[in-house]
Write a protein that binds this ligand. Structure first.
Ligand code: 13P
Ligand code: SF4
Length: 347
């Protein structure tokens, strides 16, 4: 039963003590997040993993790219474990390294040495390595503005992987007009732009988050009619026009802070992952909170990590086997860390 599994997880946590570390992303299920030693957004979890030098086993409750990042930032003696290998990220899968190498050679032929690559942390370790090798950095939704500004202090143009929406929303907030942004289509190997390509400053990889793309202008328009008093707050992985029509937009931590500091009785429609929205609804019964999309589902890959998988991972540690280790090859890790460190120095 669930109770028995929960009791066993507590028991193993007690037995392993500081030798075990469980970071949990805010989008994780309640049945899992209750066991997290720390919770956070992707930036915080990267920083916390980098700081932990004691734990031999890090059971990462999040998705594959986060576990890879944790593996890169921890020591060789520490093993990062992902409780279910199917916990990927559809956005990270939208940029593979071959596509990226092809794009880079075509773009370099067009623009010479004027582009700096940036990648959202929601990307494979191989993409981070590519970016690191080419002088660029990783970004997260909570430091994207700082990192994009930095990139423009280095080079005239940026290539932003793999989330076109975060890239577009961030560049727009920094004052770059939409007509200076073009989309790179990695399946057609071409730039989507109808103007003089010399004018382009921001090259956006054609990727997106399938969870955040579910929030639409229609959701906003319906709410403005039915509940005009509602504040609408969304994650910048939402499309430009959705961010445009919202009252507030920001990273997972920004949304959490905003709701925490909102006055009792205030009304909020949130456009982000459903496990987090539900948690906020339960945590703040004095505030009126709903999801911006009433038919919203949680992130399916985040949800792969459930209590049975968590327990299975922990039992494997107790037996000394450690199932599902995430081991980024050294030659990839050594370049990826350049990109991560350029961010962590500035974040
Ligand atoms: P943050 O945790 O950086 O806000 O990212 C959101 C997300 O989609 C994680 O997969
Ligand atoms: Fe990937 Fe979107 Fe899920 Fe985050 S919410 S893990 S970006 S699919």
């Amino acid at each position: 039963s669930n109770e028995q599994m929960e009791a066993r997880v507590w028991e193993i946590k007690k037995e392993l003590g500081g030798r075990l570390f469980i970071p949990g992303h805010h989008y994780q299920r309640e049945e899992v997040i209750q066991f997290a030693d720390v919770t956070g957004d992707s930036l915080q979890l990267a920083q916390l993993s980098a700081q932990n030098r004691e734990a031999e086993s890090i059971v990462f409750c999040g998705v594959h790219f986060m576990a890879e990042t944790a593996d890169i930032l921890t020591t060789r003696e520490q093993t990062v474990i992902l409780p279910d290998m199917r916990a990927g990220c559809s956005m990270a899968d939208m940029a593979d390294i071959e596509q990226t190498e092809r794009a880079w050679s075509k773009l370099s032929a067009m623009y010479g040495d004027t582009i700096l690559p940036l990648t959202y942390v929601n990307s494979t370790a191989a993409i981070k390595a590519f970016v690191g090798k080419n002088g660029g950095a990783t970004v997260t939704s909570s430091n994207a503005k700082e990192m994009v500004s930095w990139a423009f202090s280095e080079k005239q143009r940026i290539l932003f992987l793999p989330d076109q929406h975060l890239g577009r929303n961030t560049a727009y907030d920094l004052g770059i007009p939409l007509d200076k942004m073009a989309v790179w289509d990695p399946y057609k190997d071409e730039l989507i732009y109808d103007g003089n390509v010399e004018d382009v400053l921001v090259l956006l990889w054609k990727g997106h988050c399938s969870v955040h793309e579910n929030f639409t202008i229609k959701n906003i328009e319906a709410l403005r009619v039915e509940r005009p008093e509602m504040n609408i707050i969304v994650h910048p992985e939402c499309r430009r026009e959705v961010v445009e029509k919202s009252d507030y937009a920001g990273s997972t931590s920004y949304i959490i802070d905003k709701i925490e500091n909102a006055s009792p009785g205030s009304e909020w429609a949130i456009g982000t992952e459903m496990n987090l929205v539900k948690r906020l609804i339960n945590k703040y019964p004095d505030k009126n909170i709903i999801s911006l999309n009433p038919n919203m589902c949680p992130c399916l890959t985040m949800n792969r990590i459930d209590l049975p998988h968590l327990l299975w991972s922990l039992e494997s540690i107790v037996k000394g086997i450690r199932f599902n280790p995430i081991e980024v090859p050294q030659e990839i890790a050594s370049d990826a860390i350049l990109a991560l460190n350029r961010m962590l120095e500035r974040a």
